[in-house]
Design a protein around this ligand. Structure first.
Ligand code: FES
Length: 130
C-alpha cells in the first residue's frame, strides 16, 4: 500500500475513533484551546503526579479531521511522559506523527493539539506545581 495512503487512512481512523476521548473530573490540569480562524476546539485533561509525570490523559476535540487526529495521536503518546518531555516537544514531532504533507493553511489544525498541550504544561508549571 502507498505509504501516504496508509498515513491518510490512519488519520481518518483517529478522526472517526479518537483515542482517550472523554474528560477527567479531578484532572490536575484542564485546558481549553480554540483555533480562532475556524472556531475548532480542544479540551485536554491531564492527571500529573508529584514527579511531574502524566499518568492520565483525556481529550474532547471538536474540529476537522487533521485537528482531531492530531489530538488523538498526541494523547496516545502522553501517558508516562514528564512535563519536561512536553516542554521539549516541537511541531516537527506532530507533523512526523501525522506523516503526510500539511499545507500552511492546515498547519494551525495540526498544531491545535500541541498548543493545548504546551499551554497545559505552562499552567501546571505556573499555578499547580508547588
Ligand atoms: Fe479548524 Fe482545522 S479547520 S482546526
Amino acid at each position: 500500500m502507498d505509504i501516504e495512503l496508509m498515513y491518510q487512512e490512519n488519520i481518518l481512523d483517529h478522526y472517526k475513533n479518537p483515542r482517550n476521548l472523554g474528560k477527567i473530573e479531578n484532572a490536575t490540569v484542564h485546558h481549553h484551546e480554540k483555533n480562532p480562524l475556524c472556531g475548532d476546539e480542544l479540551d485536554m485533561f491531564l492527571v500529573i503526579d508529584k514527579n511531574s509525570k502524566i499518568t492520565e490523559v483525556k481529550i474532547n476535540p471538536k474540529g476537522c479531521a487533521i485537528s482531531v487526529a492530531s489530538a488523538s495521536m498526541l494523547s496516545e503518546e502522553l501517558k508516562g511522559k514528564g512535563i519536561d518531555d512536553v516542554e521539549k516537544m516541537t511541531k516537527e514531532n506532530i507533523l512526523k506523527t501525522l506523516g503526510i504533507p500539511i499545507s500552511p493553511v492546515r498547519l494551525k489544525c495540526a498544531l491545535l493539539s500541541l498548543d493545548t498541550l504546551k499551554n497545559s504544561a505552562l499552567i501546571y508549571g505556573r499555578y499547580v506545581k508547588k
